[in-house]
Design a protein around this ligand. Structure first.
Ligand code: PBE
Length: 267
């Protein structure tokens, strides 16, 4: 590969995820513009197709560049690095917020109290994510995490009453981080006696769902940057209960053996 540019080696292709995700929009509209990558293609797919391409490239020690984020099990499974983003096109570190349908706080102040108290760390989420990645069924992984983190669960449920079969519906997107968080929140609500439904949706549908009230809540809002457009569109129909996890990050990710270190090197 001597003399061939990194771009040539990867066919000027960034392996992306689902088109409704904030990261795809940011990459297309901000990052590729800021770094002059007009001759590059951002390949749409899903988290599953992205990680499958990554896995295959790493097995063959081939170059690859993907849209990645933290927290994600990929950093526990593989030796990876973020490409530096000297222009700050992906925005600063952000948080994952809990959002409820406007009116849900009156309909169910008890569940709202719990959702408001739900807060955990990237390490907590990482454990659940890795367990699911290693084959444990999401519901089971959530129950397992609950059983070994009783004091944390006790903090979240402090002052929260029993659900007595009341229905609650949580929307989520099948991103690993959101599968983990939504299943844990669902498992705690179930243990409180709520009748919980988890609804898997696309990113746009998830935001529209909590806005119109077909879903009561989501724990999957990446803010202030990643889902800024969605919050702007639906801000009058939802209430932001604030962060449930801090310290997330987005960026272009490559295996550590790749020679380049910055998004600027893609040009
Ligand atoms: N993600 C994971 C999502 C939010 C959670 C970074 C892929 C997104 O880009 O919208």
């Amino acid at each position: 590969n001597q003399g061939t540019s990194f771009g040539d080696q990867v066919d000027h292709r960034i392996m992306g995820i689902d088109p409704g995700s904030g990261e795809m929009k940011l990459t297309q509209d901000k990052v590729m513009k800021a770094y002059g990558l007009s001759n590059w293609t951002l390949q749409a797919g899903s988290e599953a197709t992205m990680t499958a391409s990554l896995d295959k490239a790493i097995k063959n020690k081939k170059p690859i560049v993907v849209t990645g984020w933290t927290p994600h099990w990929m950093f526990q499974k593989y030796d990876l690095k973020y490409l530096k983003d000297p222009k700050g096109a992906y925005g600063k570190e952000e948080a994952i917020h809990t959002i409820i349908h406007k009116g849900f706080e009156k309909k169910d102040p008890n569940a709202t109290k719990f959702l408001n108290q739900f807060y955990w760390t990237t390490k907590d989420m990482g454990k659940v994510m890795l367990d699911i990645k290693n084959g444990t069924e999401p519901k089971q992984a959530a129950k397992k995490w609950m059983a070994s983190n009783k004091s944390k669960v006790a903090e979240w449920t402090n002052g929260v009453k029993k659900g007595n079969g009341k229905k609650i519906k949580l929307g989520y997107v099948s991103w690993s981080s959101e599968i983990a968080s939504t299943n844990v929140v669902g498992a705690v609500l179930t243990s409180l006696g709520y009748d919980v439904t988890l609804e898997q949706l696309g990113a746009g549908q998830m935001w529209a769902g909590v806005a119109k009230g077909s879903d009561d809540a989501i724990v999957s809002a990446w803010l202030p940057t990643t889902h800024a457009d969605y919050l702007k569109e639906f801000k009058n129909q939802v209430i932001d209960l604030g962060p449930n996890l801090k310290g997330t990050k987005l960026g272009l990710v490559v295996p550590s053996y790749v020679k380049i270190n910055s998004i600027s090197d893609l040009k």
